[in-house]
Design a protein. Structure first.
Length: 384
């Protein structure tokens, strides 16, 4: 008798169907972690064809929507201390404090790399990030642009040098941005969630099917920007790092820069409630993604939840040998998942997350459903 006939004889059609579901869902999970996400640790951008002979000068565009003294005192000096020969930092200040803007202009006396531009804030006509970036792009002196934020700091003085190397092989460059490390379970959850959200688009990017970057660490050329006639979806306050990039991205013009020294880290402004509101805000753009991308994003947590439910059912109602076989499949999945997560965290420079990933692995499908449900309600922060 074949294996399938033995299963039918001992456990009936219900047991056979449950076994088939477990095996299929396990194969889906292994495909994601071994063949999709598993490309990330071994990715080498240097394998792509070189399109420039030397690293280009860079314009770093930084929109500023408040009188952020902490950025001026702590994070701006880290940007200016980059070990790169030719770059400028273009600060686009959106506000009404003339004294603060004068202070920004005076910085140029000590640091000629800094350029400051002001947009007068008017409550009747709110300025979006896209509008501020548009002013910064037009003010930039160089062709190659890096977009970042006042909320982030580079993790090394080689950040710009490595991002510039990305322009050697593409007109669009994307890098990684993590969250700053703090204490507590909520911090571990938020950092792990940011990492795995990034792993999704990084996996597609290294497989030559890109669909986005991250708004705190990406770049493109002026030519691409003006050929596309600027940012898209101007009725939305989001989309500059995904909906716009989807218009200009091709499989042959993107460089993915994966190195802890090329990463930045974002300041955290709150706890899990703040993070969920952020996920809801920026998740509103997903409905405009191509269907293949949306399916790719949904199927990993969806298949994971179904696998756990099927395994729990088998362990609860099936005979002992069936329970042991199910437990073996669960252990096989966890062995593969944690081995790949260990490799990914090393490549991205994330520390202290491997232990917390066990909890995240179990609960994140429910969290994703919560975020999806929240995104069904209109969020006035999204729309202009």
């Amino acid at each position: 008798m074949t294996l399938w006939e033995n299963v039918l004889a001992h456990y009936g059609w219900q047991g056979a169907a449950l076994a088939a579901v477990l095996v299929v869902l396990l194969c889906v999970q292994l495909w994601y972690y071994l063949f999709a996400y598993g490309r990330i640790p071994g990715y080498k951008n240097s394998r792509r064809r070189q399109v420039l002979d030397a690293e280009p000068p860079l314009s770093v565009i930084v929109p500023m929507f408040s009188e952020d003294a902490l950025f001026v005192e702590e994070r701006l000096p880290l940007m200016l201390a980059q070990e790169y020969s030719d770059f400028e930092v273009v600060i686009v200040y959106v506000g009404r404090d003339n004294d603060f803007f004068e202070d920004l202009l005076r910085i140029r006396q000590s640091f000629p790399r800094v350029t400051a531009t002001k947009i007068e804030q008017d409550a009747r006509f709110p300025i979006s990030t896209k509008m501020a970036l548009n002013v910064g792009i037009k003010s930039a002196h160089y062709e190659h642009l890096i977009v970042t934020s006042t909320d982030v700091r580079p993790l090394s003085d080689r950040w710009l040098a490595l991002m510039a190397k990305g322009f050697l092989r593409g007109d669009v460059v994307v890098g990684y941005c993590g969250l700053e490390r703090r204490r507590g379970l909520a911090d571990c959850w938020m950092r792990t969630d940011r990492m795995m959200e990034s792993v999704q688009w990084l996996a597609r990017a290294v497989a030559h099917r890109p669909y986005r970057g991250i708004r705190y660490n990406f770049g493109f050329t002026k030519r691409l920007y003006f050929d596309a006639r600027g940012f898209s979806h101007l009725n939305m306050n989001i989309g500059e790092d995904d909906l716009f990039l989807q218009r200009i991205l091709r499989d042959d013009n993107l460089s993915v820069v994966l190195s802890p020294r090329a990463s930045v880290v974002q300041r955290v402004w709150g706890g899990l409630g703040w993070w969920t509101r952020q996920r809801r805000l920026y998740g509103a753009a997903r409905r405009y993604y191509p269907l293949a991308v949306r399916n790719f994003i949904r199927w990993e947590p969806g298949s994971r939840l179904l696998f756990f439910l099927a395994a729990a059912t088998a362990i609860a109602v099936m005979p002992l040998e069936y329970k042991l076989a199910t437990a073996a499949l669960v252990l096989l999945r966890y062995g593969v998942v944690f081995a790949e997560i260990w490799r990914i965290t090393r490549r991205l420079g994330e520390r202290g997350l491997r232990g917390a990933y066990f909890v995240y692995d179990l609960l994140s499908p429910f969290y994703e459903m919560l975020v999806a449900l929240l995104c069904l309600r209109r969020d006035d922060r999204v729309w202009r």
